[in-house]
Design a protein around this ligand. Structure first.
Ligand code: NDP
Length: 479
């Protein structure tokens, strides 16, 4: 008998319309638990609970907020091994990656515990005599949070923590594929001392619960991470209803490898950012842009390195890459390998489903060569362990190809030249730029986000998070 998990509404655990089994993608026979599906009425009740809690929470003591967030962060960090194991079992990244993500979530809560105490305003002189002007920040209100499946603990954390820190109330809908981590987080939050109704969790499908959450008149702002298609749809709905909205979406991130790169380092960072976490990271490098002079050596070396990668059960020791998270994602990944080859690309390594000792969604990481910028494989986000190589003549062409994408989340350059590193940092059209580091893997205390089709609205994380989670007030006083 697997454990049943309910929605958190107004401080109560409430069963929805039924339960869905949460299946381990490394072992389809392993049911992690049963998670309820919220009804439309329950979504309404959650928004109402948040609205009711907002007046008191919005003016609550910053010490109380800091203490609660610190308590949440402390518990997550203390339980990082257990929570990271749940994450690996549910989403499929390796246990080490899962523990790392859990630790990141804990640190995010700790960071925003501190931020509760650091919110400042401005006092400025008026252009008119005898008047004082104060500029302050206030909470936005009730924030709807919609999250994807690939970072089931870190992404909820980096939205919930600043929302609460700045005095907002929250209704969160996690991805239907991975409710386990969100539920675990909600359970920790429910014991943190935060009043009932300030944080609510509603589980269920995007079409059933996500859409009404976005459109609910009681929700003032939406923070969404997920695909570009859903993000664009949400932005339109928010625009019509004049809601504040923040979107983090996909990527088609370039990793440039220049002739003067340290070859071993370039191979390692490319393999890491293309294939680790099963390539299911919005910051993954899916386009390796390699200059002529290093091309043959790089292709040879990355092929050898890929031959050493171990794909397997996310919880097993010594595994580099876990399973793909779902059957539909696996089918999408395999279909892009096919599409790439039909477009003329050459499959250098991997690209097939793997049969291992447990029944799971395993796939050998795929690398395609002889690709061109106009191929679908280089324009559309695959979101799996699939990368391609684009050969270019030199730095100028590499930079052009790096920017030749509708996305703009992360970009990397491998080079030993200060001149090229500096130029790339300045001229890359991405929100995050890495020099001799994988495009995936960022700090938790600085802004995260992209440009062009990757992001919309204010940045997430670090102090910049306050742009979205607060509204500015200008007050004038006659002295
Ligand atoms: P989706 O866009 O399919 O789903 C994201 C969330 O939106 C899920 O909770 C989903 O619910 C929900 N949703 C779906 N339809 C609607 C709707 N009409 N109204 C409201 N909510 C809805 O993305 P995935 O979960 O597949 O995540 C993968 C995507 O996320 C990739 O494109 C990836 O690049 C992106 N991503 C971006 C990041 C960034 O910061 N830039 C970071 C991580 C991922 P349900 O699960 O029920 O479908």
């Amino acid at each position: 008998m697997t454990q049943k998990h309910d929605n958190l509404i107004a401080g109560e655990w409430i069963a929805g319309t039924g339960y869905t089994p949460n299946i381990n993608p490394s072992n389809l026979g392993d049911v992690i638990g049963e998670y309820t599906q919220a009804s439309a009425e329950q979504l309404d009740a959650a928004v109402q609970a948040a609205r009711t809690a907002f007046p008191a929470w919005s003016v609550s003591s910053i010490q109380a907020r800091a203490d609660a967030l610190d308590k949440i962060g402390t518990e997550i960090l203390a339980r990082r091994e257990e929570l990271g194991t749940l994450l690996a079992r549910e989403e499929g990244k390796t246990k080490a990656e899962g523990i790392g993500e859990a630790a990141r979530a804990g640190n995010i809560f700790k960071f925003f515990a501190g931020e509760c105490l650091r919110l400042t305003g401005e006092v400025v002189p008026s252009v008119r005599p005898g008047i004082g002007v104060e500029i302050t920040r206030e909470p936005v209100g009730v924030v709807g949070i919609v999250t994807p499946w690939n970072f089931p603990m870190a992404i909820p954390a980096w939205k919930i923590a600043p929302a609460l820190a700045y005095g907002n109330c929250v209704v969160m809908k996690p991805a239907d594929l991975v409710p386990g981590c969100a539920w675990a987080l909600a359970e920790i939050i429910s014991r943190s001392g935060i009043p009932a109704g300030v944080f609510n969790l509603v589980m269920g499908r995007g079409s059933v619960i996500g859409d009404p959450l976005v459109n609910h008149p009681g929700v003032d702002a939406i923070s969404f991470t997920g695909s570009q298609a859903v993000g664009a749809h949400i932005a339109q709905q928010c625009a019509v209803k004049l809601k504040k909205v923040q979107l983090e979406m996909g990527g088609k991130n370039p990793q440039v490898i220049l002739d003067d790169a340290d070859l071993a380092q370039a191979v390692e960072l490319s393999v890491q950012s293309a294939f680790f976490s099963t390539g299911q990271r919005c910051t993954a490098s899916s386009r390796l842009i390699v200059t002529d002079g290093i091309y043959s050596k790089f292709v040879e070396a990355i092929k050898s390195r890929m031959a050493t990668l171990k794909v397997g059960d996310a919880l097993a020791a010594g595994i580099d890459i876990g399973p793909v998270s779902s059957l539909s994602q696996l089918e999408q990944d395999l279909s892009y390998v096919d599409i790439g080859q039909k477009e003329g690309a050459v499959l250098l390594a991997g690209g097939q489903r793997l049969k291992l000792s447990t029944d799971g969604f395993f796939m050998a990481p795929a690398l395609l060569t002889d690709t061109t910028a106009d191929m679908r494989i280089n324009r559309e986000e695959v979101f799996g362990p699939v990368a391609s190589i684009i050969r270019v003549k030199g730095y100028e062409e590499a930079l052009f190809e790096a920017n030749n994408t509708p996305f703009g989340l992360a970009a990397g350059v491998a080079t030993t030249s200060l001149k090229y590193a500096t130029h790339f940092k300045r001229h890359s059209q991405a929100g995050m730029v890495m020099v001799n580091l994988p495009t995936a893997g960022v700090d938790y205390h600085v802004p995260f986000g992209g440009r062009k089709g990757s992001s919309y609205g204010p940045r997430e994380q670090g102090r910049y998070a306050q742009e979205f989670y607060t509204v500015v007030k200008t007050a004038y006083t006659l002295a």
